[in-house]
Each structure stands twice: as structure tokens, then as C-alpha cells.
Design a protein around this ligand. Sequence first.
Ligand SMILES: [Zn+2]
Length: 740
Amino acid sequence: MKSNEAITIKQSRFIKLVTYLIILTIVFYAFFNVLNKNIVFGAQVRQGYSTEINKYPGYKELIDKLKKDHPNWKFTIFYTGLDWSQVIKNETTACHGRNVVPSSRSNAWKCSVCGETPRGGSSWRCASEAAVSYYMDPRNWLNDTYIFEFENLSYNEEIQNVEGVKKIISSIKYMQGDKVTYTKTDGTKATLDKSYAQIIMEAAKQAGISPYHLASRIRQEQGAGTTPGSTATGTYTGYVGYYNFLNIKASGSTDREVIVNGLQHAKNSSWTDPEISIIQGSKVLAKNYINDGQDTLYLQKFDVDNSDGTLYYFQYMQNVSASVSEGAEVKNAYNQLGLLNSSIEFIIPVYENMPQTACQEPIDASIVTQNVKVKGTGVSVRAGTGTTTSKVATVNTGDTLLRIEIAATMNSGYYWDKVILPNGTVGYIARTYLVETTDVKNCEETVIANTTVNLRNGPGLNETTIITTLVKGQALTRIQKGQYTLNAYVWDRVKLADGRQGYIVQDYISLAGETTTETDEKTQLIKVICNSGLKIREEAGIDKKILTYVSKNEILTRTQASVSSVNGYTWDKVVTATGIEGYIARGTATEQYVEEIKNDTEPNKGTDVVVPANSDFKVQDTKLICEPATTVEVIEQKNSGKTVVVKDSKGTVVKTGNIGTGYTITINSKTYTASKLGDVNGDGNINSGDLFYTQKYLLKKIEFNDCTKKACDVNGDNNINSGDLFYIQKYLLKKTEFHI
Ligand SMILES: [Zn+2]
């Protein structure tokens, strides 16, 4: 059998080549000032501002206002060609933790599936779809304060000059003066007859990136003190005379490792003075990031540009508000520099099928779909929150209500939760008169959304909130049929694969296997049967972009069978249970990787089983390979009678708790370095941070040392590839376990 179309990200040289040609094209067009010609990025298009924007609601008014206030500003529209609800799904349910919010945020900002599970650090939580939609919707940020998250970070000689650079670095103490003094590799001092501002300007020109962005980046990496950080002093032991101002390839699990990796790269590259380091480092920055299509802060945060062959994967930060807040900081800097009215180019993304109005900030109350019972006699349901609003109904002990919002703040001494009565009346009730109860249920059957349709937290269009948009073909479980008729529709209660519930118009769902479209096309439920799982790709073909992975036994809806035969595989169009639309190779002529599920087959329930973590470990040369739950206690227990000393990667003795990758364990007189399977970032836990580091590694954005490589090779094939990424994802979903 051919190698399964499941595991290996192929760096597409072709796409890279196309990208470079396109960059040349942009430069060419910019030179002749004919930017309103189409520039094609695969299916994506960047184009000058034109009436084409009218197809995308709400943009024109906002951009016109900015143009009026700042006549020198230029707007380029980036037609992503991506469907808005697919983008949001890929940024949320396809990979929980891809976007995070601070734990201090109210529940409406947090993903209801992940809840309070830390993501990307103890004080961060997975962001809700509403929060991601709010930050990703460009229409919320097309204003004076936030527009700079869309600024083109490429070099622009019309507005960027050495005077501006001087202003940006004016607070960096070590960068002052007309000359740069540095230490040579032989330890003696030398002087460059130019200033840091001049060097940054020259580096920016050569690399084709904004010198202002470059100056800010160096400040971020090296601080503003009297000396730069250890990677740029030129005096670090073992690396005297080497400089890495932009910290290229400076990564690792300890501070020392970060510095040494960065300086080793500087040494290998012969970056022997500040000028060489900044000029060459800027070229790397340009090549890997800005010239790879991620040329605005927004695109660095939300990777909706496919010119590097991936979507959504390589995102600089998990914090969902990062580009918005950095954009606001840039605006302040430009304001202070007196540059606000210069001719600045902004690249504004648009998506297909966007909502008519901009996505709003999540409300304070938690959005829920749950039943509650009343305790109390003659309890008022009111038109609003507070005792002064009018009464719309009276309920009594034992009455069952549908609760759709849980209030976050009090009014008149009560928390007023929003409820829907069995007759469809909507109102607010004091929480003190409610008790939770089991959810109402009158059926349990698999249904399929037969169109793109909103799922709401309750029945009715006016008083409810959209939880998510379902994709045509997405499979759901119907648990309650026909209790409410509101706004001339019958509403059914359904459950998503991730456990969320909501209400949907009955006409827009069909039983699995029923004819669901005018074209008599039938949708089928299929199950993944190949051991290694499958990739879902944006289009049919093994070089197409990978959107997500599905593992063995997962259920998909096949919306179109045998779409094409490419690369020796037959391709089907499918929708995952999380609503990601894409293509899978089903095998060659027959179905090798998937099988059809009959109507009456219960979808596999095994995937919900929580797998207990394993704590075994083994010694291999100087490494101690351990499983996710290995603790100091486990190692001591298995070495009783021996002296065991465990130190974390900073060298601090650890007496209890989780072992992390990079820890050292001394048993009697022999010392081992720990590699914990899945713990790529060395924090002792397996979480989305590990997923991100693995992605970065696969995209060649960072390097790993040997013990990190061992930790990352979770499938034990002595290679780090997308297979490991896949299994770490599955581990986070509690669908697999790691064994030594
Ligand atoms: Zn989540």
C-alpha cells in the first residue's frame, strides 16, 4: 500500500517560489504606482480600494471615513477568499488554545468546551468563538485608534527615514551616539563609524522591511538599558565577539539554552559585529515572516494568508487581542513622531459570507442552554433585570424553564438570569429562585445540517444569541424535537460533538441519509478507519493546505463522494463534526481509510473516554524518557534506597510534582536529562504550548536540542513530523496516550 495520505507536511518549494515572484511583482507594481492591478496569491487577491468593497458589508463607510481624515493613507484590500465561519471554526474548535484570553475575563469570552482549563500558561484560557469573531472582524478596528494593526510592515521610503528611527530608539540607552563600539572576537574593542539609527535604516532597506518595525523589534528583543541583552553584548563566555540582535533561532527551554542557541547561530553565521548582525538578522526576519505574506500585525496574529502554504498554523501569539493592542501602541508611536498623516499603506482583509454587521464584543453574561427548575411560589419573571421592570409572567415551584444567560453582575440585590418559558415567553428571573436540573430531552438521533445555519442558545430569533454557525453537512445529535414554535419556525434542541447545546430551526436539519439538497445529493456519515488518522485538506491533492486532522473512529459527513482522483487517491468532500469543511483521501479506488456508517449505527462513543495519564519512565544513555504523568515522587519510589536529586531547567532543586523536559535527575552519582513525551516547552505539562512549539519547529522557525527532540517525537519514529503534531493534538483532546 502507498504511504497513507495522513502524515507529512511538505514544504512546497513551488509555493515559496511563487511567493518570491509575487513579492517581486509587488515591488515592480509599487515602483510604477499601479497597485490597483490584481495581484494574485493562489486563490487570494490583493487589490487596490475599489467599488468591489461594496460586496462586503460595512467596510466602505469605515474606510471612507479614514480616507477623509487622512488623505495620504492608502488602502489595499486583501480578498482572502476564505469563508468567514470556516475561518472562525479553524481559529477555535479546530484547535483549542489557538486563541486565548486572560483568565480574568468573564465566561462569555472563554470557550465553553475548555472552560477554566489553562491554555498557553496558567493565566490564560481558550477564547470563545464570540471573542475570536470580535477580534478577527476587521470592521471593529477600522478606526483611528486601531488601524495600525493593518499597517504594511514592508519598507516604504516615502515615510520611513533615519530621523524617525532616531525617535523610536531615543529611549534605548545603549543605542545613543554617532558611533557603535563593540568587542571583537579576539576580545579587543573596535568602533563602527556610524550610528545604530543608520545601521537599522540600512538593514531595513536591504531586507525590504519597515525600519520602524525593525527598531521596535530590536527594542523588544534587547531592551532599552545601558547594554543590550546577553545575545548582543559580544562578551558572553564562549561567544566573545558574536552578536544576534534579533535573537534569530534563540530558543530553548532555559534562559541559558536560549542565549547559547542564539549565539551559536551568530557564530555559525559569522555575525561578528552589530552591523552584520542587524543587517543579516533583518533578512532572516523578512524572509521567514514579513515576506511570507504575514506582513501586518493582524496577519502575524491571524494567519489567513496562504502564501507560505499553510493557513492558521503559524501565528506569533496566542493572545487573541495581541495585534489590536500592538496596533494601538504603534499608533501612539507614530503620533509622537508626527507621522500620522504620512502616506501609509494598510492591508485590510475581507472574508466571504461575513455577517451584515460587525461581530460584537461578547456580552458580560454567560451564554448557556440549560434547564432550571423554579423553587418558590409566585416568582416574577420580568422584562428586564431589576425589580422595577415590568412583570411578564409568574412561575411556581417545579416549573421547568430554559435558561439562556447567566448574569455576571447584580441588580437590585439579585443576579437576573435570562430564561425562556415553555410557551416561548422570554424574561429575567432572580437566580435565588432557581435550581439546576437535568436537561429536557425527548429524542436522541443523528441529524445533519442541510444548509449553513446559525445555532442559537435558545429558540427564537430576537432574544437569543448565536453560539456558532453550522456548516452544511455538519453532524449533530437532536435531543428535543418541536417544543417551541417561534418566529414562524419550529425549533429543535441539538448537541454538538464537543458537548455544546443549542437550538436550530427544524427545517434546516435532516436525518442522516435523507435527501438534503435540491440536487438530490445525498450526504453520508462515514467513520475514519485507518490507524494513523487522516488529514483534512483545503482542496483535493496531497500538496494542498492541511486544515486539521481526524483520528481513527472519528465521524465525518461526506457531502460529495469521489470529487476527484489526484496523486493516486480518490478524494471526498467532507465536513468534520466540528464543522471544518475540506477534502480527504479515502484511499485508492476502494474505501481504505473510511467506511460508511449505516443510519442506525450509533456514532462511536469511545472517543469521549478520558484516558488516564501514564507515569512510567526509562533510562536511555544519559536521557531519562518519561510519560506525561511522571513526577519526582514516581522516580523516587522506583529508586528507593538510592539518592535521587531532581533539578528543574534553571538548576533549582525540585522536591515534588511533575518532571519537565530539560530537568536533570541525579540517581546516586549518575545524572540524566529528562525528556517527557509531549512536553516540548519543558513546563512539565502537555498543553497547547507544546502544540505551538511543535508547529514552529515543523515550519523551521525554531530549533530543538536533543532532549526536546526526544520529547517531541511522541510516536517514537525517530523523526519529528506532522505525525507528532497530530498525536499531541489528540492527546490534548484525551483521545490518545503516550507510552515510553
Ligand atoms: Zn476551547
